[in-house]
Ligand binder design. Sequence first.
Ligand SMILES: [Zn+2]
Length: 157
Amino acid sequence: MNRPGTCPNCGKDLGLFLPGREFYDTPFRKCPKCKKEYVDRRYKELAILPKGIEGELTYAEAIAFVVLGILAIVFGLIMGRYDYVNGSPVDGPIDIVVVVFAAICFVLAIYHFIIIKFGIKKKKLLAQYGLSVFRLSDPNYALKLKVNGFDVPDKYL
Ligand SMILES: [Zn+2]
């Protein structure tokens, strides 16, 4: 089994992280190098997800960033400040690097909270959902998903 992000046919590194912020698209991708098709399960075909759009609208990311930010602060308070040049601790309660990192975490948490709370993400997902249903309106495509181990509702088959 290849790690995600490599082409199973030619081994090309396709990047561990998917391009773009949203991964709602067909899992059938085409390798830019060998031009062969492969399945990338990191992409989500929205219309066949068991919980559909609602399942994607969780505060999990917001909570994760809050937790990460708090952990960073706790870690920072324990470690104190540090002189990177001389490699020794210096006076001060917390390192600026930690504060900046924690601040970024909290901003991301707020961002993820807002896009869900105010329906911004849902609106985006509804558009993606329409595209997903459109792809699935082709029974061959639906069957191909099923053959590749995806749980496809009978109505598409
Ligand atoms: Zn390839």
